[in-house]
Design a protein around this ligand. Structure first.
Ligand SMILES: *[C@@H]1O[C@H](CO)[C@@H](O)[C@H](O)[C@H]1NC(C)=O
Ligand SMILES: *[C@@H]1O[C@H](CO)[C@@H](O)[C@H](O)[C@H]1NC(C)=O
Ligand SMILES: *[C@@H]1O[C@H](CO)[C@@H](O)[C@H](O)[C@H]1NC(C)=O
Ligand SMILES: *[C@@H]1O[C@H](CO)[C@@H](O)[C@H](O)[C@H]1NC(C)=O
Ligand SMILES: *[C@@H]1O[C@H](CO)[C@@H](O)[C@H](O)[C@H]1NC(C)=O
Ligand SMILES: *[C@@H]1O[C@H](CO)[C@@H](O)[C@H](O)[C@H]1NC(C)=O
Ligand SMILES: *[C@@H]1O[C@H](CO)[C@@H](O)[C@H](O)[C@H]1NC(C)=O
Ligand SMILES: *[C@@H]1O[C@H](CO)[C@@H](O)[C@H](O)[C@H]1NC(C)=O
Ligand SMILES: *[C@@H]1O[C@H](CO)[C@@H](O)[C@H](O)[C@H]1NC(C)=O
Length: 454
């Protein structure tokens, strides 16, 4: 075991030393890198160069951790257009872009920007950001282009996940196809901003997971997102930008967020580097359970991992199709027991401890009170629910949902209130809080059956 360990360490060191790197983090207009040459960031955290992933023979230009064995790639330039049967050269072109060309000078990949500068330089920053900037004014942070704006599958500390509304830029992660192929896989992870922003993971067009909207403290369904010793997070939403970002709590902590298609251990994983075990450890991953699966209990269904069955209709709702529901196919969801009659007058029932529903058809205004929110929601017959858009302090702002309420779950301890539209006759009833087939089969019987089976 020990000798094997020493062997791998040695071979990875040999590998490092046989590579000729330009001991610099910057390229000027007259310089280039090719073959085994690399750029290394000033403090030695990251390295940029050419590599072949897994068993692939294709060559890619990428960025990886310089000091971590095993080459963990965090960014790839030419994901969709590998160098085949040829080596590449990276250089500055035309004073306004970074280009990767193959041996016959065909452009394989290029950054593009709208301005040119007199003395452009390409620099690999200590954060892992590859930037194109004016070389004259030292460390100016106004970049013509930066790789942080075009993420691959990894969100590094300081990167923004989300929107630059002025530039019309949406920064989101896309998984690799597989270990050997960094071309875009089927998963994407980003901020969807239809009026009440939330994080969404999609597989193709379909949603697989949503975090729930930002509620002032965290993404409302992401209970794992709380103060912790590894990283600090922020969510910014204003006229110019809507994004999520994080920083390690201590600069010596190495952590990354990855969208991973080829795993049964969560789609989005946060890894931290463990010095003692010389390997990556998963710190958090989502989806964390069945209730995190998008729309698992259908419309007006609520998911509770601690209950059997885990899907139930909200109080005042019944299964849309009882047959399917009883045979644990919950996808059709639930419907009001007593139909709404907006003209005659509906009202709202308060539901506690929920992850608020999908916000595709939602709207939020942070300066409205809960009272105003109720009044506005009541006025519009397609407004199905409302609540405070921000729950920090004593709660403020207004969020409203139009259309069916989808992807609700029960969150004990950290859930939110949601006021749902109900027929007048249903208001103030103190019946069972849920409709569920478990009321037809008493739970105790369930348990004893399980014991018998044992
Ligand atoms: C790159 O390094 C490998 C060994 O690590 C060597 O076989 C190869 O010839 C080098 N290529 C160039 C272009 O220097
Ligand atoms: C690819 O590489 C092989 C072996 O080096 C060479 O024989 C062939 O001509 C190359 N093909 C192209 C298109 O460059
Ligand atoms: C360079 O790329 C062009 C366009 O993709 C291709 O036609 C050409 O064969 C490539 N050259 C080499 C040496 O691979
Ligand atoms: C950069 O390239 C993309 C895709 O080719 C294009 O849609 C975009 O307009 C370009 N941006 C600039 C600033 O040239
Ligand atoms: C999206 O959902 C539809 C309907 O459930 C399904 O047929 C399709 O295969 C899904 N697409 C992906 C990429 O999973
Ligand atoms: C950061 O972590 C290092 C190594 O674990 C430790 O020595 C240092 O005291 C920590 N710094 C702070 C501010 O916690
Ligand atoms: C994806 O997950 C698998 C299995 O958990 C792991 O081996 C692999 O390293 C992960 N990929 C990335 C890019 O972290
Ligand atoms: C939000 O609500 C306030 C108070 O009702 C109103 O003045 C403002 O115009 C609203 N903002 C938007 C964007 O609708
Ligand atoms: C109700 O709200 C929806 C969504 O904002 C809007 O499209 C519709 O026009 C509103 N209806 C009325 C009567 O205000």
């Amino acid at each position: 075991m020990d000798s094997l360990y020493v062997l791998t360490l040695c071979s990875s060191f040999l590998c490092f030393f046989s590579e000729i790197s330009i001991a610099a983090d910057t390229l000027t207009a007259s310089q280039s890198i090719s073959g085994n040459q690399t750029l290394i960031s000033e403090g030695g955290c990251f390295e940029l160069g050419f590599f072949s992933p897994g068993n692939s023979k294709n060559r890619y230009l990428g960025i990886w951790y310089n000091r971590i064995p095993g080459r963990t790639v965090v960014w790839v330039a030419n994901r969709e257009n590998p160098l085949t049967n040829s080596s590449g050269t990276l250089k500055i072109d035309n004073k306004d872009s970074i280009v990767l060309v193959n041996q016959t000078e065909s452009v394989i990949w290029s950054s593009n920007s709208s301005k040119a500068v007199e003395n452009p330089v390409v620099q690999l920053l200590e954060s892992g950001n590859l930037v194109l900037r004016e070389g004259k004014n030292g460390n100016s942070e106004s970049y013509l282009w930066q790789s942080f704006d075009y993420p691959s599958d990894t969100l590094l500390p300081g990167m923004k996940l989300g929107w630059d509304l002025k530039m019309g830029l949406n920064r989101r992660l896309t998984s690799w196809k597989n270990f050997d192929d960094p071309s875009p896989g089927s998963l994407t992870y980003g901020i969807e901003n239809k009026g009440y922003p939330e994080e969404v993971i999609r597989k193709g067009m379909n949603k697989s997971y949503r975090s729930g909207p930002w509620n002032g403290l965290r993404f409302s369904g992401a209970t794992e997102l709380k103060p912790n010793p590894v990283f600090r997070f922020r969510f910014i939403s204003n006229e110019d930008e809507v994004y999520y970002t994080y920083e390690p709590d201590n600069k010596s902590i190495i952590t990354r967020l990855v969208l991973n298609e080829t795993t049964d251990n969560g789609l989005r994983q946060r890894f931290t580097w463990s010095e003692s075990s010389n390997g990556w450890r998963i710190f958090l991953s989502v989806p964390k359970d069945r209730c995190d699966k998008y729309k698992y209990c259908g419309a007006y269904g609520t998911c509770d991992e601690d209950e059997t069955p885990i899907c139930r209709c909200l109080k005042g709702f019944k299964p849309r199709f009882l047959g399917a529901w009883s045979s644990v196919d919950w996808s059709d969801g639930c419907t009001h027991k007593v139909s709404l009659d907006c003209k005659k007058g509906d009202g709202f029932s308060r539901f506690k401890g929920l992850k608020p529903p999908d916000t595709t058809e939602a709207w939020a205004n942070n300066s409205m009170s809960l009272r105003e929110c109720e009044r506005e929601c009541l006025k519009n017959c397609s407004c199905m629910a409302y609540t405070n858009s921000d729950i920090s302090e004593r709660g403020s702002g207004c969020a409203m949902w139009f259309g069916d309420l989808i992807d609700i779950r029960q969150i004990s301890g950290a859930g939110q209130d949601l006021y749902i539209r109900m027929a007048a006759s249903e208001l103030g009833k103190s019946s069972l809080s849920f409709y569920s087939i478990s009321y037809l089969i008493p739970k105790k019987l369930d348990l004893s059956l399980i014991r018998l089976a044992d």
